[in-house]
Design a binder for this molecule. Structure first.
Ligand SMILES: Cc1ncc(COP(=O)(O)O)c(C=O)c1O
Length: 432
């Protein structure tokens, strides 16, 4: 090439949650059946979309030709009016339909949130981190993502002292990211913690990004949206239908902007995101039409509550089994559909081994398995030995802890229990 055509942040863009699939596919070719516990797609894991939701989709596609057309750049007005009305009824900050901007899924929103931020402005995010955020933020700055600690010894709640100290010492930090309920830990944050984060943002004149894609999927604790605590601090909340309906293939999510009227810079930033979307014309139309009918249907919230109970049951099962291993740190999730298991310090080393299920699997693991990330090493061996695919915490979630994330999505409860027991038995064998 005559000139360097490579994006400055290219090396920061990694998504181990999907990269592990390449390894698992090679292992599958050796004849080992894989239990895919890595991907957070309820549909791929066999969750059934309710018939009444399918009927709404079908009715709209059959009878409403405008669902095939472009929509306004911000999103369909009726849908935004519905979202704003619901938000305002919940109390907290009051928004207008024009404070809402639709995206092609939150993946699109997240990418634009960081791409169109001044490259000197950094957003500090949680550690463990959901890699779509951490990679996009690191890519935008062409520097490693800056993180605050989620404390494994305190319910995975944000370590506010760590957050404050990092913000104080790094003047480039301009925003704080919260993922609530969190991926990968499955934790829902108490209102008091959210309020304190808002206080820190206020003190240092920062904005807040709150990823609330799982906000309607909390089960063991009450969930509070950023809108309920934000006061007059600038911020944006991200929501979507990928996990809730579930309909990840619809590529539909939205951002709600709070307090643009209180800060001209934040308003300019929000307008940049709108302008960027305008260059693309708009986001997907059909799911916005469906959203309005599904979310205002009386069957919607009972349906979500039923799903919550099922995840809670699986969280109980996983917690009961793993908590019998003293070398692990874990907390029972109360939102989303993930659980993170951490190995206590010094438990893992690079001599530990599981017996691979066959010779070919052994060769694959031998080639790639020699990594200094000790949890990744365990995850590869678990794959080759038991055919279970989970995501390592260090490389998958930008964490300095060793552990792994499992999902609570397996539909068959007995099969789920068996998978968890098999992982537990593999851990015991590995660390003995
Ligand atoms: C916390 C979080 N935010 C955003 C997303 C992306 O969602 P979407 O399907 O809307 O792109 C995910 C997907 O797993 C997620 O876990």
């Amino acid at each position: 090439m005559r000139n360097n055509i490579v994006y400055e942040g290219a090396d920061q863009l990694t998504y181990e949650i999907r990269e592990i699939v390449n390894v698992a596919e090679k292992i599958a070719k050796t004849g080992i059946e894989i239990a895919w516990e890595n991907i957070g797609d309820p549909v791929a894991k066999g969750e059934k979309v309710p018939q009444w939701i399918k009927d709404i989709v079908s009715d709209i596609t059959k009878n409403d030709d405008s669902s095939y057309g472009y929509s306004p750049t911000r999103g369909l007005l009726a849908t935004r009016e519905y979202i704003a009305k619901e938000r305002n009824l919940e109390g907290g900050i009051q928004i207008k339909p024009d404070d809402i901007l639709f995206f092609n899924g939150l993946g699109d929103a997240i990418s634009k949130v960081y791409t169109y931020l001044n490259s000197k402005a950094r957003v500090i995010g949680p550690n463990p981190a959901y890699s779509t955020h951490s990679s996009a933020e690191a890519g935008h700055a062409d520097a490693p993502h800056i993180t605050y600690k989620l404390d494994p010894n305190n319910h995975w709640y944000p370590d506010l002292e760590d957050l404050r100290a990092k913000i104080k010492s790094n003047k480039d930090i301009s925003g704080i990211l919260i993922v609530n309920p969190d991926n990968p830990t499955g934790m829902v944050y108490p209102k008091e913690i959210l309020k304190q984060i808002v206080e820190i943002a206020k003190e240092f004149k920062l904005f807040i990004v709150s990823d609330e894609i799982y906000s309607n999927l909390s089960y063991g604790a009450e969930h509070f949206k950023l809108a309920s605590v934000i006061g007059d601090v600038p911020g944006l909340a991200l929501r979507g239908i990928s996990k809730e309906f579930p309909w990840p293939g619809a590529r539909c999510g939205w951002a709600e902007f709070y307090n643009c009227d209180k800060d001209a810079d934040f308003a300019r930033y929000a307008k940049t995101l709108l302008d960027a979307k305008m260059l693309e014309v708009c986001s997907t139309t059909l799911p916005q039409k469906v959203l309005l009918r599904v979310m205002s249907d009386s069957r919607y919230f009972p349906y979500l509550a039923e799903r919550g109970k099922i995840y809670q049951k699986k969280a109980d099962i996983a917690y009961d089994v793993f908590s019998k291993i003293p070398e692990l740190i874990l907390h029972k999730p109360n939102g989303a559909f993930y659980m993170t298991v951490v190995f206590k310090g010094g438990v893992l080393n690079n001599k530990q081994k599981l017996l691979p299920a066959n010779r070919d699997a052994w060769e694959i693991i031998e080639k790639i398995g020699n990594t200094d990330k000790l949890d990744k090493r365990f995850v590869y061996q678990l794959l080759a030995s038991r055919g279970i695919c989970v995501v390592p915490l260090s490389s998958g979630f930008n964490s300095d802890l060793y552990g792994f994330r499992i999902t609570l999505l397996e539909q068959n409860e007995e099969k789920f229990r068996k998978i968890i027991e098999t992982i537990a038995e593999a851990i015991k064998e590995y660390i003995k």
